[in-house]
Design a protein around this ligand. Structure first.
Ligand code: C2E
Ligand code: CA
Ligand code: CA
Ligand code: CA
Length: 278
């Protein structure tokens, strides 16, 4: 029995060693990734439901890790948040998205770009300045930039966050609540913070046509947003039936595979042309 126990101990230890070394390797690779320009942004169109037009795009990071193909942000953003790299990555995302927006603007495309934020980025005392400098460098109107925050980011250091968001709001930058409805937080922040948009989380949209509870949740979020003068966008719309139901509820905008997956920047002008009225 003793020997068995020892073997088992060794077995688990090896497995842990493997997991740990894989993690260290991933982390090392992540540290190199910025310098080696392995990140890129893909963009997913956001559609105004009434007109059917693209009014914006969400920037979503992609990591082409050598020897591993495309790594999903779900597999490296949390790690980057833990080790602090997210601040640098986040600055790169902001810069890249603004540069791209300027290029689209020069091609005559009128749209807004949404950028996802992580909590550590807001701890950076220079965050507002970074945003302001970026907008200036690419000669963008601040209202063309939207920053997406989750409820947990908003609720992290309420007093600091309010100040920061008020500064951004004063600059004219748009602010949206990502994954709305999943944050287990009270709704009182909605009236205390200068927000422009709620993004209904895809978990409520997925079964909107088959689960009456999900339909009720979506309908309720939409009517609440309307009454609070907030724009509301549904995420993860994959088919026409979901879109029809959201339209019936009065949802303003949507994004999802039904219209388009996130695509490289070069593909956005074509998608845009297809939705413009002649
Ligand atoms: P998110 O911000 O909630 O982004 C939406 C995710 O849903 C994206 O996954 C998108 O590709 C996916 N999606 C879009 N439409 C559909 C659909 O119709 N059906 C389904 N099933 N999925 C859809 P992605 O690109 O893998 O990103 C995952 C998460 O990683 C994002 O969730 C966001 O939290 C984070 N992320 C991505 N880019 C960045 C970034 O630049 N900075 C930060 N801080 N986080 C990022
Ligand atoms: Ca988002
Ligand atoms: Ca989301
Ligand atoms: Ca999410």
């Amino acid at each position: 029995a003793k020997a068995n126990g020892r073997n088992r101990y060794h077995f688990y230890n090896h497995r842990l060693d493997n997991e740990q070394s894989e993690r260290v390797e991933l982390e090392n690779a992540l540290f190199q990734a910025l310098r080696h320009e392995e990140f890129e942004l893909h963009y997913q169109p956001q559609i105004e439901i009434q007109s059917g037009r693209i009014i914006g795009v969400e920037a979503l990071i992609r990591w082409q890790r050598p020897g591993h193909g495309m790594v999903s942000p779900a597999n490296f953003i949390p790690l980057a948040e833990e080790n602090g790299l997210i601040t640098e990555i986040g600055s790169w995302v902001l810069e890249r998205a603004c540069a791209q927006l300027q290029q689209w603007q020069q091609q005559g495309l009128d749209l807004r770009v949404s950028v996802n934020l992580s909590a550590p980025q807001l701890d950076d005392a220079n965050f507002c300045d970074k945003v302001a400098r970026c907008l200036k460098r690419y000669r963008l109107d601040p209202s063309q930039l939207e920053l997406e925050l989750t409820e947990s980011i908003i609720m992290k250091h309420v007093d600091q966050t309010i100040q920061l968001l008020e500064q951004l709001d004063k600059m004219g930058v748009h602010l949206s609540v990502d994954d709305f409805g999943t944050g287990y937080s009270s709704l009182s922040y909605l009236k205390r913070f200068p927000l422009n948009k709620l993004k209904i989380d895809q978990s409520f949209v997925r079964e909107i046509c088959v689960d009456p509870d999900d339909a009720t949740i979506c309908r309720t979020i939409i009517s609440m947003a309307d009454n609070l003068n907030l724009t509301v966008i549904a995420e993860g719309v994959e088919d026409a039936d979901q879109l029809a139901m959201l339209a019936e509820f009065g949802c303003h905008q949507y994004q999802g595979y039904f219209f388009s997956r996130p695509v490289p920047a070069e593909q956005i002008p074509d998608l845009f042309d297809n939705t413009e009225q002649p």
